[in-house]
Design a protein around this ligand. Structure first.
Ligand SMILES: Cc1cc2nc3c(=O)[nH]c(=O)nc-3n(C[C@H](O)[C@H](O)[C@H](O)COP(=O)(O)OP(=O)(O)OC[C@H]3O[C@@H](n4cnc5c(N)ncnc54)[C@H](O)[C@@H]3O)c2cc1C
Length: 434
């Protein structure tokens, strides 16, 4: 039976559910359509969420049994060569004793389900196991509903929010946004390794309920533009590694091969020793950045979250941009409902809200970062190797004077990377993030 709603949302990820919570709370007749058997069934994430953005949707999320794995109290950054690596870590008492968490890990299958329950409690209809296969348009090409794979499954709505993530067959079919090009997406694989709570706490030097994030650059991706991460969950570790799709095609390396050699690295192996792999997944990451953001709204529709390429590659933030863009889309929809104008003009409030938020400000600031990584492969090859050799030389006590050691390191650097090229890398890196 064909039904009419004020708003139909495609996708029950963080973007779609955030919008649904706020719309339903205001009495707007909202339906969320999710292709997974349940919200989160098709989702994967390294698992870090940010309290600030979630609290704007569910202020007392901790009191509502949000399925938090561990509160993050320390951020580590590793720069790896093949056989070694540097580690930089920052821990702060303020995160340990925080009443409101800054960031925490979750399992998306549990979190997305819980989040959707909050939207349902506010009055949104969340329908799972339903694929949106097409957009319905009127004679003026204005979007006025969605077609689903259910029998008689057409749904009319005043506004459609497309929150269907980066991998969108719907976008490919309808062209509501361009298909991402291979260099605009990374393919990441994730493995969950089960360990006991005590072992994780001991290996990461944290107390019960606290955890650590580790972001990893350098040769872990075997010369390809990419990153790896290790996040602590309560009784498991999430290991993710991914590289740019165009690099994966060029280097002909399979993602699972990357994961296997990553797990054998001397800085990784002791952390997962004795652990039991329990889940293995693969997913795209929206890494196109500011230049790849599509037209964010049109007549009768808006796009939020990963589907709109709202992902901060440098800081590995996506879930918070998804939640906040969902919230801003909901605010713009409320405005359009009040004015009775669902045209592109009537939904423009979404764009101005995004422009005034940290989302577009941050993505604009880092607009050249992706290109910088793409054009400086040394960051993933010779530079980590040289940096490791330098540390190895200085640490090794072998009767050679420090002055001679410095000369060896300097000569090695000049052999690996011409000085002018090194200066260009430093200058280019600075300019891409300043
Ligand atoms: C390996 C990995 C690690 C990550 N780690 C982090 C991290 O630690 N922290 C962080 O902030 N971000 C991380 N991200 C990014 C983060 O997961 C995304 O930015 C975030 O999930 C985007 O939310 P979204 O709601 O826009 O899209 P999604 O979470 O992808 O949700 C989209 C939903 O739409 C549904 N859908 C799609 N098409 C249809 C259709 N046609 N009909 C019905 N339903 C449909 C999907 O099933 C899905 O449930 C990571 C991503 C990956 C891949």
């Amino acid at each position: 039976m064909e039904e009419t709603f004020d708003v139909a949302i495609v996708g029950a990820g963080p973007a779609g559910i955030s919008a649904a919570c706020l719309l339903a709370e205001k009495g707007v007749k909202t339906i969320v359509l999710e292709r997974g058997e349940y919200p989160g069934a098709k989702n994967i994430s390294g698992g870090v969420l940010y309290g600030h953005d979630l609290a704007r949707i569910i202020p007392d999320y901790e009191g509502k049994n949000c399925p938090i794995e561990r509160n993050i109290i320390e951020a580590r950054l590793w720069f790896l060569s093949r056989d070694g690596g540097y580690s930089l870590a920052y821990r702060d008492r303020i995160f340990t004793g925080a009443k409101k968490f800054n960031s925490f890990t979750v399992g998306r299958a549990k979190f997305d389900r819980w989040f959707a329950e909050q939207a349902r409690a506010k009055g949104a209809l969340v329908v799972c196991g339903t694929v949106v296969t097409d957009l319905l348009r009127d004679i003026h090409q204005r979007v006025e509903g969605v077609r689903t794979d259910r029998a008689d499954g057409d749904i009319r709505a005043k506004v459609i929010l497309l929150a269907d993530g980066i991998n969108s067959p719907l976008a490919a079919k309808t062209g509501f946004r361009p298909e991402p090009k291979p260099h605009q997406v990374a393919l990441a694989v994730k493995e969950v390794v089960e360990l006991s709570e005590g072992v994780i706490q001991e290996r990461f030097n944290v107390g019960p309920g606290n955890g650590v994030t580790t972001e990893i650059l350098g040769q872990a991706t075997q010369g390809m533009n990419g990153v790896a991460v290790i996040y602590t969950n309560r009784k498991s570790l999430s290991l993710c590694i991914g590289a740019n799709l165009s690099d994966l095609a060029r280097y002909k390396i399979r993602p699972y091969e990357l994961m296997e050699s990553f797990k054998e690295h001397p800085m990784v192996a002791p952390l997962i020793a004795g652990g039991k792999p329990t889940e293995y997944m693969a997913h795209w990451i929206a890494e196109g950045g500011y230049e790849a953001i599509p037209q964010l709204c049109g007549d009768g529709f808006l796009i939020a979250g990963d589907s709109a390429m709202l992902f901060n590659t440098l800081h590995r933030e996506g879930s918070n941009l998804a939640m906040t863009s969902g919230r801003l889309a909901a605010e713009a929809i409320l405005e359009a409902l009040k004015n009775g104008d669902f045209s592109r003009n009537g939904l423009q409030g979404y764009i101005s809200r995004l422009q005034n938020s940290y989302i577009l400000k941050d993505l604009k600031k880092y607009r050249n970062f992706g290109r910088f990584l793409e054009t400086h492969p040394e960051l993933f090859t010779s530079l980590p190797e040289w940096a490791s050799q330098a540390a190895r030389e200085m640490i090794t006590v072998n009767g050679v004077s420090k002055k001679v050691k410095q000369k060896i390191i300097w000569n090695q650097l000049r052999k690996e990377i011409p000085l002018l090229r090194l200066l260009r890398i430093l200058w280019g890196g600075w300019r891409s993030v300043k």
